[in-house]
Design a protein around this ligand. Structure first.
Ligand SMILES: Nc1ncnc2c1ncn2[C@@H]1O[C@H](COP(=O)(O)OP(=O)(O)OP(=O)(O)O)[C@@H](O)[C@H]1O
Ligand SMILES: [Mg+2]
Length: 281
């Protein structure tokens, strides 16, 4: 039987040229570069063991074969000098995190246009049994630096295999703010953890503020209906139905959270009647 080619052998190293550094995160440094004649983003994965790369190779390969306008596309992977690299679509508009920090006033209609492709992409991935596990504003990338923004979800298929080794580092860089309680408490978790994280991202986009840490709980973050109610004064023009949807997205037990596909339907309904302004986007 012919053995399957590893994801990290799908591109020839000599076809890839590394350029300026764009940024870094919990487990990777990201560079601008070239794959053949195409300008791309190249992710150099830090400290990945050979065992972890092998264990999740199939999952990365499967995720990378999927293409959707709401998900950052992979070109493939390669190895060079003992390091593992992932080559992906270059997103020139920075991250949603940076956009939220800029605090541009926007319309609700812009909110729906920005997030609908992301939720549609997530629905498709969930239906193919992929969980993202690290949805946060730093993993939502924009294709342009000005309106109309097109957003895509990054790092699908990349988080699972770094999860165990890098959990501590992820905690340090703030991913924990968006993590569902079942992950924080190390309970079994599934697709619903992504819905929770996305609910927190929606809230952050609508309020312009990162969710608060609960000092009384040892800085453990737990979002609640009360916290969302306390935010409503900065979300005056946000429809009640959207706030109710976000409350369901972050509720526990996780089984009560809506599926990504239901969120798509609700956002489309809200989009049809959208007016007013929101704080950000
Ligand atoms: N495809 C891309 N195109 C352009 N810039 C990118 C791309 N992917 C990542 N970046 C940039 O590199 C930075 C680091 O990305 P990286 O995914 O390593 O870290 P992160 O998203 O902050 O955290 P995490 O490690 O949890 O994913 C991003 O914040 C973004 O600025
Ligand atoms: Mg990322």
């Amino acid at each position: 039987m012919q053995s399957r080619r590893s994801f990290f052998d799908s591109l020839k190293p000599r076809d890839v040229e590394l350029g300026e550094k764009l940024g870094f995160g919990a487990f990777a440094s990201v560079y601008k570069g070239k794959y053949r004649d195409e300008v791309v983003a190249i992710k150099k994965i830090n400290g990945l063991s050979v065992g972890a790369a092998q264990a999740y190779d199939r999952e990365i390969s499967a995720a990378s074969e999927f293409s959707h306008h709401g998900i950052v596309g992979f070109k493939g992977g390669f190895r060079r000098g003992g390091n593992y690299f992932v080559v992906e679509e270059l997103m020139l508009g920075g991250t949603l995190s940076e956009l939220i920090k800029r605090g541009e006033p926007s319309t609700m209609s812009q909110f729906y246009s920005l997030f609908l492709p992301i939720v549609e992409g997530l629905a498709e991935m969930h239906e193919r049994h992929f969980i993202h596990r690290d949805i946060k504003p730093d993993n939502i990338l924009l294709s342009t630096k000005s309106h109309p923004y097109k957003a895509k979800l990054a790092d699908f298929g990349l988080t699972r295999w770094v999860e165990e080794e890098e959990r501590k580092r992820m905690t340090i860089v703030g991913t924990v703010l968006y993590m569902a309680p079942e992950i924080l408490e190390e309970l079994p978790y599934s697709f619903e953890c992504d819905i929770f994280s996305l609910g927190v991202v929606f809230l952050e986009a609508l309020t312009g503020k990162k969710p608060a840490m609960d000092k009384a709980r040892n800085d453990k973050y737990l979002i609640s209906e009360d916290y969302i109610d306390a935010c409503t004064f900065v979300m005056k023009d946000v429809p009640d139905n959207l706030i109710a949807l976000i409350k369901r997205m972050v509720c526990s037990p996780s089984a009560l959270r809506p599926k990504a596909r239901e969120i798509v339907t609700e956002l489309k309904t809200l989009q049809k009647s959208s007016g007013g302004c929101c704080y950000i986007l």
